[in-house]
Design a protein around this ligand. Structure first.
Ligand code: SF4
Ligand code: SF4
Length: 165
């Protein structure tokens, strides 16, 4: 199941945060093209990509128009792994099989895990469980299952209502 709103785009707040974090994050996309492969939705120069449909410009695991790629979403989008160095290195999307997106559903910030392969490594869910113990709210979409990791009952109730689970 693909979550509504798994977009390869940046809203204004996200763009500002990206700029702030990008200065401090030494992380690089090298070796990863997960956000172009058709797990998220977006549009590059009028060509839409979406779950199951990779970006038209993705070729041999790299962007064929990298220097001329669109500013938005391509230059502004950064997944949460790239922005936040507190997320373990092994959770890089190309290694872990999940793209982590930062989301907001009033009044909660949360992380959304979007899987990029057929099977999510159980280690990812172990991490999510542990991370929730530190106060994080996490929603994972895995095939037809939606998994919630949070110790905040209000968040859990809100998500169950929002996602009809
Ligand atoms: S998913 Fe993250 S690490 Fe991978 S290419 Fe996109 S922004 Fe870079
Ligand atoms: S234009 Fe390039 S960077 Fe942008 S989504 Fe397509 S392949 Fe990725």
């Amino acid at each position: 199941m693909q979550a509504k709103g798994d977009r390869f785009e940046s809203d204004n707040l996200h763009q500002i945060m990206n700029k702030v974090f990008t200065i401090n994050s030494g992380r690089s996309c090298d070796g990863c093209t997960a956000c172009c492969e058709g797990w998220l939705t977006g549009v590059a120069y009028g060509y839409a990509f979406s779950p199951g449909v990779k970006c038209k410009f993705l070729s041999h695991k790299c962007c064929s128009i990298y220097q001329a790629r669109p500013y938005d979403p391509c230059k502004t989008f950064q997944c949460h792994w790239k922005l936040n160095t507190q997320i373990p290195e092994w959770l890089k999307p190309s290694r872990s099989g999940v793209i982590i997106l930062q989301k907001y559903q009033e009044p909660f910030h949360y992380l959304r895990l979007v899987k990029t392969g057929k099977r999510t490594d159980p280690k990812v869910y172990e991490w999510a469980k542990d991370h929730a113990k530190t106060g994080a709210n996490i929603v994972a979409f895995d095939n037809n299952e939606i998994l919630l990791f949070s110790e905040n009952q209000e968040f859990v109730d809100l998500m169950k209502k929002e996602l009809s689970i």
